[in-house]
Design a protein around this ligand. Structure first.
Ligand code: TRP
Length: 401
């Protein structure tokens, strides 16, 4: 169809009124949302699937930012949760893995410096209101829209689900919209692979508000600000860090383990054979990781012959700089970042009962917030029958004859 035809079709379309008012509504909604987020409190929410310990990709892509956001005080509330229900959607053959990893993720959060007095940490499955919200949101999304979600698409391929996609997995973007909206999150710090989820959530919010009146808050994604952190590749240079590829560095690993992974496994430049050969920076994981972790002050401490990363890169590209020297520098840089995390983890590991208590308290607090949103949703949908005296009165009159 040409553009002109589309226009013609719209004008002649019997639903012209609906589509035009929907368009007006969208303009209004964008305007209101700006006003709402400008004038109202800013709320952060994010979560992780507990399918394993968290690795440095999670750290540079999201965890580090969360700690900064928590400490900056620009946001009035922060919710961080362990998405165990979502993890079950593609791990139903191994629920024990999910169950065992809830505490691992909680420990990683606390180790990174997420502070339970500043952020509410909770477990997704403990908030039944999220299921109820998801159920209503399911009416606002078409099957074909879900099929078009690029993240779902690639995950279906990755898991060889083609012929037997679990319904729960297929609809997880909807449940993720419930996670976000239940807490009226304005800001969701996640990696770029989550962009389609945020888009889906925004569509659900707009559709809900259009049908039932302004109720839900439209969330925004907050991407990592350092390009190298958008998606940190695995130590082997493969696009994604993943447990099954064995190319991760975990936050809970020791200095010796990290050293071994960098020295033995890290992919550099296969053409850089002798020290004097010119080397490539692009696709060279040692430099990719330095881009993500290195700060100017690291040079004075560990590599005073160079003043910054650009100078180091230039030398490598010219030739005359060996991989081992750069790798040793990277090990120092990473250990400086990871040592305080390791120390904090050790402390919390000594008191696991306390960590469960943190999760329980957090889940209780989160539930109160989600219950309030669910109430608002049901009021907007007018399915709050017993509180709706006007409806009851109307029906009394109707049947009085
Ligand atoms: N899908 C996210 C991940 O795989 C986890 C998640 C679930 C999430 N619900 C969320 C993230 C809501 C942000 C907001 O990492």
């Amino acid at each position: 169809m040409t553009k002109r035809n589309v226009h013609f079709f719209t004008v002649k379309c019997p639903h012209f009124d609906t589509s035009f008012s929907f368009y007006l509504y969208l303009c209004r909604s964008i305007y209101y949302n700006k006003v709402i987020t400008m004038g109202k409190e800013k709320i952060i929410l994010t979560g992780d699937r507990p399918t394993g310990r968290l690795h440095i990709g999670h750290y540079v892509g999201s965890l580090k930012r969360r700690v900064d956001l928590q400490d900056a005080g620009d946001y009035s509330k922060m919710f961080i949760f362990i998405a165990d229900s979502q993890a079950l959607t593609d791990n139903i053959d191994n629920p024990e893995k999910v169950r065992q990893n809830v505490i691992e993720v909680a420990l990683d959060y606390l180790a990174c410096g997420i502070d339970p007095s500043k952020a509410t940490i909770f477990i997704q499955s403990q908030i039944p209101e999220l299921c109820e919200l998801s159920f209503y949101y399911m009416d606002l999304v078409s099957v074909s829209r879900l099929q078009r979600n690029p993240t779902v698409k690639s995950e279906i391929q990755m898991r060889n689900f083609e012929a037997s996609i679990p319904v729960g997995f297929f609809t997880y973007p909807i449940s993720q919209a419930a996670d976000i909206t239940a807490f009226r999150a304005t800001t969701v710090p996640v990696g770029e692979d989550q962009e389609p989820m945020l888009e889906q959530a925004r569509e659900i919010v707009r559709r809900f508000n259009y049908i039932y009146g302004e109720t839900l808050v439209e969330p925004e994604i907050l991407l990592p600000d350092n390009a190298a952190c958008l998606r940190l590749p695995g130590t082997d240079g493969k696009a994604k860090m993943s447990k099954s590829l064995g190319n991760c560095i975990y936050l809970s690993e020791s200095e010796a383990e990290v050293k071994e992974k960098i020295m033995k496994n890290m992919y550099t430049d296969p053409e850089h054979i002798r020290v004097e050969d010119p080397g490539h920076i692009e696709g060279n994981m040692v430099f990719t990781y330095l881009d993500a972790f290195c700060k100017p002050e690291h040079f004075a401490e560990y590599l005073p012959d160079y003043s910054d990363l650009d100078e180091l890169k230039a030398h490598y590209m010219r030739g005359g700089l060996g991989d081992v020297k750069v790798k040793k520098f990277l090990i120092n840089v990473m250990n400086e970042e990871l040592n305080p995390i390791r120390a904090r983890r050790k402390e919390y590991e000594k008191d696991i009962a306390y960590v469960y208590e943190i999760l329980k308290k957090g889940s209780e607090a989160a539930r109160e917030v989600a219950a309030k949103t669910l109430d608002d949703v049901k009021n907007s949908m007018k399915i709050n029958y017993f509180a709706d005296q006007a409806l009851i009165d109307e029906h009394i009159r109707k049947y009085q004859g």
